[in-house]
Design a protein around this ligand. Structure first.
Ligand code: SAM
Ligand code: SF4
Length: 467
């Protein structure tokens, strides 16, 4: 089979459509409750289970679905929420995705690829806010230097320091690469390689990506596999919600996840759930062909949480603060904060006309951290797993509730305290210290002892304390 045929065999959109026609007709509450009970075993769900959950709409059954997702989230992730910031380094792009502000034919934005000095300035600003993780983002058009621009930029991020801080994990969201390029990306020390299929529906894909490299569905579909073949264990997947029927997209995404798991013994490290946001120069972005309502959006997150319990779910600042808050309990484990989506946006201090799309949450990092703390969530700046080589299958081996309590909880507390001491405003500092005390009280004896020792080291002035 050639690549497009293989891709078609994995997703098989005709069979998804066929099943979608049938499953709406048979919502059986007994079966739904069996599936919810299965989800509580934390072993994930298969596609038939997911089809049955997608069809749930009765308020009482939906409420049970949400409560189950909350319980799964709580068992695996506890109150930790990992924080990161996107770093847009370039908005040059040769593609023409109809929904994106960076598309080549859009003359309404100012084009800019940051120099290495400009990247270092952006990084310093993020470090001084307290960030430890970034997601590097660029359009597909690396002027002049080609792909080595990305590699140089990653190097610049890692070597930039400010005061006592530095970025400890660089994830990237970049266009699909060849296996050799992925090997170079791995050698540059990235954490996760993220790429979203945007839509798994071939006809919609073709319309939305009329020209350029991105027009090739199969090349994009194969990107996470090529990345894993090149040794990048942690990959991030996603769909751009709003382009096509979300029920189709979620079922297809989960088929893609199953395929990855079958080939490599491990699925994606993260899944992202971006919803289309308006942007200058795109009618599609302002009028999504298949808008996803707020209630369906929450249902998507809850279903994903139960279907792939150990896969992180990422929520960006595309969504407003209230929506972001509601998704935390249901399944989201990582959020961005204080974001700009225009290259140079941190130094410029504004989200301007070079931006990719409009933001829903404009709060600075400290406000988001304070809000999380007051809601009882522990903002985590932990980067331990990837630096200790706990990636891919090795990460999944430690990502079990018991092991998480012993590692992730102490790491979250020590990195949170580091933030509070070095960067927090006084009010956030107070809320945070109270939360750390309350969390220690809730912990079992051994992890608590370990966490207390780590916190003492941070209070004594040590930094980057992790296990
Ligand atoms: N250019 C690369 C690519 O397309 O894969 C990587 C970066 S692209 C800037 C990151 C993601 O932004 C895209 O994969 C897409 O899902 C998302 N995106 C584009 N336009 C958007 C919009 N108007 N609203 C929300 N998300 C959008
Ligand atoms: Fe370019 Fe990516 Fe935007 Fe498409 S989504 S126009 S590839 S930056």
């Amino acid at each position: 089979m050639n690549q497009p045929e293989q891709t078609d065999a994995i997703i098989d959109s005709r069979s998804i459509h066929h099943r979608m026609e049938a499953f709406e007709l048979r919502v059986d509450p007994v079966r739904v409750r069996e599936i919810l009970a299965k989800a509580l075993e934390l072993k994930g769900l298969d596609s038939e289970d997911v089809e049955a959950l997608i069809a749930v709409s009765a308020p009482d059954l939906l409420e049970e679905l949400f409560l189950t997702a909350k319980s799964v989230k709580e068992s695996i992730y506890g109150p930790r929420i990992v924080l990161f910031a996107p770093l847009y380094i370039s908005n040059l792009c040769k593609n023409n995705c109809l929904y994106c502000g960076f598309r080549a034919e859009n003359r309404e934005i100012r084009r800019r690829a940051l120099s290495q000095e400009e990247i270092a300035s952006e990084v310093k600003i993020l470090v001084e806010q307290g960030h430890k993780r970034i997601l590097m983002v660029a359009g597909e058009g690396y002027a002049g230097e080609g792909f080595s621009y990305i590699l140089k930029s990653i190097e610049t991020v890692y070597k930039t320091r400010s005061g006592r801080g530095e970025i400890r994990r660089v994830n990237v969201n970049l266009a699909p690469l060849s296996i050799d390029e992925f090997r170079d990306l791995k050698a540059a020390g990235i954490g996760t390689y993220q790429v979203f299929q945007e839509t798994y529906h071939p006809e919609t894909y073709s319309i939305m990506h009329p020209t350029g490299r991105k027009h090739d569905y199969a090349w994009r579909f194969g990107a996470v596999e090529r990345a894993m073949e090149a040794g990048i264990d942690d990959v991030g997947m996603g769909v751009l919600l709003g382009l096509y029927d979300w029920r189709f997209e979620i079922l297809a995404l989960l088929r893609h996840v199953e395929h990855l798991d079958a080939v490599f013994g491990v699925g994606p490290h993260t899944i992202s759930v971006p919803r289309l946001e308006p942007t200058v120069g795109s009618r599609v972005a302002s009028n999504p062909p298949h808008p996803v309502s707020d209630s369906d959006f929450l249902k998507i997150i809850a279903i994903l949480r139960m279907a792939v319990p150990y896969t992180g779910i990422i929520m960006s600042t595309r969504e407003d603060a209230d929506t972001r808050r509601s998704t935390l309990a249901l399944g989201v484990s990582q959020i961005s904060a204080g974001s700009r989506t225009n290259p140079g946006g941190y130094a410029d201090g504004v989200q301007n006309r070079g931006a990719q799309f409009e933001l829903g949450d404009h709060r600075p990092l400290d406000e988001v951290v304070g809000d999380l703390a007051r809601l009882g969530y522990i903002p985590s700046f932990c980067t331990a797993c990837y630096r200790l080589g706990r990636t891919g299958q090795d990460f999944m081996a430690v990502a079990k509730p018991g092991a998480i309590k012993f590692r992730c909880d102490p790491n979250a507390l020590s990195t949170f305290l580091e933030y509070l001491i070095d960067y927090a405003l006084p009010e956030t500092g107070l809320a945070g210290e109270k939360l750390i005390e309350a969390q220690l009280d809730r912990m079992e004896e051994h992890p608590r002892a370990r966490a207390s020792r780590m916190l003492d080291r941070v209070r004594a002035g040590e930094r980057d304390v992790y296990v």
